[in-house]
Design a protein around this ligand. Structure first.
Ligand code: HEC
Ligand code: HEC
Length: 329
């Protein structure tokens, strides 16, 4: 359901002309419809139906919440992931949290043109992108029960949102781009202050006692996400961090970090000196469609790899607009 409140405001405008000898009063009236869009919150779990379709949606939800246990390196249903993270570590509340990489508008936006592959991808292929990069794994077979379950759950989570459209809260939290480049040295201090108590001094996270998965997921290291992941892009990461971290204190309604701090701490988390399961980003077969914050050159604009990684981003955005170049971030 779209949480929209329609307020019809009856506007009465009085225009009064004062003249030397007489006074004319003109009354103009019109109906003005003001649309106030509330943040979309997604469907309630209790509405998953009974029966085989509901069972598939519920299994999809299980996979999103307990990914490592079911399809991790020691998974009971398959061994697809290369690490023990869960989809919900990034797709918060299993993809049902506003500004938390949710699935609210996902189903209706695929098949979709994806610049990295320079091709139109299905929702199944997009799921596998995350299995391969943030989870450092190998693709789930397209017709498998697990893939059908993921897609069934994502379709359920996207219900009520018109095909191809977005709703308020389905996107990442918009930030003001800082005028200076993000600074990983300042970010390190912020990390110690706000993040290390859960994610560890070395970004390694904290395991559950049986090591089946994490209490607090890793941010880097051999079990963290690959550099080809969207989380390795500074704008994407800063938007997520601003609206959601520190996990126990911040929310999109009450963020803790300033926009500049979110960029600085994201720059520290994504510092190339931190080890990750691979060194490279995913290859683009057409460099003209790279995201503004894609941190691996070459590019079709005159800005350096360093500026594409750390900013300032506004000059890049302005340049690309002016020259009619592909613009996405
Ligand atoms: C390390 C973080 C991380 C993990 C773990 C992760 N993802 Fe993602 N995923 C992302 C980011 C970041 C995006 C891009 C979101 C955006 O562009 O706003 C994304 C996008 C997606 C999309 C496309 C969403 C859309 O609306 O276009 C799907 C589908 C998806 N992920 C599924 C999964 C599944 C299923 C898993 C678990 C197997 C998973 N992801 C695990 C970070 C992650
Ligand atoms: C109170 C503990 C806590 C603190 C403090 C905290 N986080 Fe998190 N963070 C979490 C948890 C828990 C998750 C996974 C959420 C889930 O699974 O529901 C997470 C997920 C993440 C993720 C996505 C998953 C991954 O591992 O890549 C990023 C990125 C992240 N946090 C960054 C930060 C940053 C940066 C800070 C400091 C500004 C921070 N967090 C502070 C608990 C915390």
């Amino acid at each position: 359901m779209l949480n929209r409140i329609l307020l019809t405001v009856f506007l009465l405008a009085l225009v009064i002309f004062g003249c030397t000898n007489n006074t004319t009063t003109t009354a103009v009236s019109s109906d003005v419809t003001v649309v106030i869009e509330e943040v979309h919150t997604g469907p309630d779990l209790s509405t998953i139906p009974e029966g085989p379709e509901g069972d598939m949606i519920r299994y999809g939800r299980e996979l999103v919440m307990n990914t490592a246990k079911l399809i991790g390196p020691d998974g009971s249903e398959g061994h697809y992931l290369g690490n023990k993270m869960n989809c919900t570590n990034c797709h918060l509340d299993g993809g049902l949290r506003p500004y938390g990489y949710n699935y609210f508008s996902t189903y209706g936006r695929y098949p979709q043109y994806r610049s990295r592959e320079n091709a139109v991808l299905t929702i199944e292929q997009r799921v596998n992108n995350c299995v391969e990069r943030p989870h450092n794994g190998s693709p789930i077979p397209l017709g498998s029960k697990e893939m059908v379950a993921f897609v069934s759950y994502i379709q359920w989570a996207s219900q009520g949102v018109p095909i191809g459209e977005k709703v308020k809260g389905s996107e990442t939290y918009a930030l003001t781009f800082p005028a200076r480049a993000a600074d990983p040295v300042k970010g390190e201090k912020l990390y110690t202050q706000h993040c290390a108590r859960c994610h560890g001094e070395n970004g390694e996270g904290i395991w559950l006692s049986d090591s089946s998965t994490y209490e607090y997921p890793p941010l880097w290291g051999e079990y963290g996400y690959q550099p080809g992941s969207s989380m390795f892009r500074l704008i994407k990461a800063a938007q997520f961090i601003k609206a959601n971290m520190p996990f126990d204190q911040a929310s999109w309604e009450k963020p803790i970090l300033t926009d500049q701090e979110a960029f600085d701490v994201a720059a520290y988390v994504n510092d190339p000196k931190h080890p990750r399961p691979s060194k490279k980003g995913a290859d683009y077969n057409d460099i003209s469609t790279k995201y503004v914050d894609y941190p691996f050159g070459p590019y079709d604009d005159p800005f350096s790899e360093k500026q594409h990684k750390y900013g300032p981003f506004q000059p890049i955005i302005d340049y690309r607009k002016e020259h009619g170049l592909y613009l996405s971030y």
